[in-house]
Design a protein around this ligand. Structure first.
Ligand code: NAP
Length: 247
């Protein structure tokens, strides 16, 4: 059987590594191609967009894909809706592997918003030095926050013509330790963190460091995802796969 994993997350890479050991199952991971030097998953790999839902539909047919696991980031919703449409069209069973969101805990000072644009608007008159962790593609939303200094963390630097707010770029890739995140908040005198509610452990330390140091967090809530079967971890995704293999 042939499995397509829509990737770009640590969970997708872990799933690909575990699936590589299952006999009778060939997996292909698909990456969007946004990161210059992505961690290469085990098993088959393809890189780049499919050309919308129609392109993905024809890929599923041409490659004779039997099963699809959408393990993309919770904020990558376009590809998830395309996957839902394409899998329905071709009749391929589809599972979403989506880690649970972070829950607000005692001591957290979260301002919850529903979009990156709302996060930018919420900063006005509240923040002076912001740790911006929403990724390279969302920087433009903050470009008009003129009175604020931003420490912007991302994997690859933005292109020369990208609209970027004033501040400093820090290129780094998680997982990040609690000590690392504490040092950043203290050293750069950060008064607000802006984060997507990505969930998972790799980038959670900044939330804990903010709690400890009494730093506010503007937390962007998750967008809606398509309906369909969901699991929250790799082991449950493997169980779903075994069920399908033995159907
Ligand atoms: P998106 O808005 O949902 O997708 C935009 C387009 O990118 C899709 O329509 C598709 O192009 C292509 N695409 C996205 N994921 C793909 C994949 N795994 N394989 C092939 N094509 C893909 O996605 P995004 O928010 O730009 O995220 C891009 C990738 O980065 C995702 O794979 C995601 O897992 C990863 N990522 C995203 C975030 C985030 O905050 N959004 C954070 C960490 C990692 P076509 O229409 O041409 O097929």
């Amino acid at each position: 059987m042939r499995l397509l994993i829509l990737g770009g997350t640590g969970d997708a890479a872990e799933l690909a590594a575990k699936v590589a050991t299952i006999q009778g199952l060939e997996a292909i991971t698909s990456l969007a191609g946004r990161t210059r030097e992505p961690s290469v998953p085990l098993g088959g790999l393809r890189v780049g967009g499919f050309g919308g839902a129609a392109g993905l539909t024809s890929y599923l047919r041409v490659m004779q894909i039997d099963l699809l696991i959408d393990a993309t980031h919770p904020f990558a919703t376009q590809i998830s809706f395309n996957a839902a449409d394409a899998a329905t069209e071709v009749g391929v069973p589809r599972l979403m592997l989506i880690r649970p969101p972070w829950e607000k805990a005692s001591g957290d000072r979260w301002i919850e918003v529903n979009s990156v644009e709302a996060a930018a608007a919420s900063l006005e008159n509240q923040a002076q030095r912001v740790f911006l962790t929403v990724g390279r593609q969302e920087l433009a939303a903050f470009a008009n926050c003129e009175k604020i200094w931003f420490l912007m963390r991302m994997i690859d630097p933005p292109s020369d013509d990208a609209l970027v707010p004033a501040g400093m770029i820090l290129c780094d890739r998680g997982p990040f330790t609690l000590n690392n995140e504490r040092q950043i908040l203290i050293h750069h005198k950060i008064d607000i963190i802006v984060s997507k509610n990505s969930g998972g452990d790799a980038t959670k330390a900044k939330i804990i460091a903010a709690r400890e140091l009494g730093v506010n967090v503007v937390m962007v809530n998750r967008p809606a995802i398509p309906p369909g079967e969901q699991v929250t971890d790799v082991d449950n995704a493997l169980e779903w796969l075994f069920d399908k293999l033995h159907d």
